[in-house]
Design a protein around this ligand. Sequence first.
Ligand code: HEC
Ligand code: HEC
Ligand code: HEC
Length: 191
Amino acid sequence: MNVDRIKGKVSTRIFIVFAALALFVIASAPVMAEESVSGKDLVEKARLDAEKAKSEAQKAMAEAEKALTEAEAAIAIAESHKEKAKEIKDNAMSKMVEAGYFPDDITLENKEGTSKAVFSHKKHTTREKLKCMECHPKLFIMKVGKDVVKKGRLTMEEMKKGKYCGSCHNGKKAFSINDIKHCRKCHPKSK
Ligand code: HEC
Ligand code: HEC
Ligand code: HEC
């Protein structure tokens, strides 16, 4: 083989390889371009979707905030009505007490009838300005003898634990049930 022929063959092969490469590039260029275009579209679409979702979320948030403000305003109105109603009820009850609707002195008697204590509504509500709620219904239900007395639960022992009269008559809010010099205040008829 002569050198020129070999050169010729080699350059032909090189040419073929280059030509094939060039063809491949030319053939794939539009595909690649298309791919990158649709990729851009996808990104743009996702961006638009995200923006839409964000604006919808913002709208929903604004609506929720508006509803909350309205609810709070309604609650404030309801609460002021409730306060007013309570005040009216308290005043009415105090008037009933003042008018003597409730026996001024209630006599509380133990089950066995061996002990008696007096309780004055007027002194506690009108004079001491205690609200009905401070005793009813958490300490006493509003019925003489129906609650603690008949059931035998209104005892000194319970009161010393801070129940019933003892929730106030503990030496802090009012004179103590434990002090011997105060027994007579509640048990005026005992020796
Ligand atoms: C310091 C506590 C206290 C306060 C304050 C108080 N009460 Fe009483 N109330 C009592 C006790 C004690 C009884 C008797 C409960 C029992 O026998 O179990 C009673 C009984 C009653 C009864 C039943 C009376 C009956 O004759 O059947 C009514 C009604 C009543 N209270 C209404 C009121 C009203 C209204 C107010 C507010 C204006 C008020 N009370 C404030 C302690 C209180
Ligand atoms: C704040 C009022 C109050 C004071 C103060 C008080 N008591 Fe009583 N006590 C009551 C009431 C109410 C009852 C239940 C009704 C009843 O049994 O007389 C009661 C019940 C009793 C009873 C009969 C039932 C039981 O629990 O044993 C005895 C005994 C008694 N007290 C003794 C005393 C003595 C002693 C003192 C003074 C150290 C005293 N009390 C101070 C309100 C009081
Ligand atoms: C919510 C609190 C409270 C409760 C419950 C309560 N008291 Fe009183 N009581 C007072 C206050 C306050 C005074 C006035 C201050 C003082 O005298 O230490 C008073 C005063 C009294 C007085 C003296 C009245 C006078 O002539 O000056 C007697 C008696 C009395 N209470 C009995 C009772 C009896 C009996 C009970 C339970 C059936 C009772 N209290 C429950 C708060 C209470």
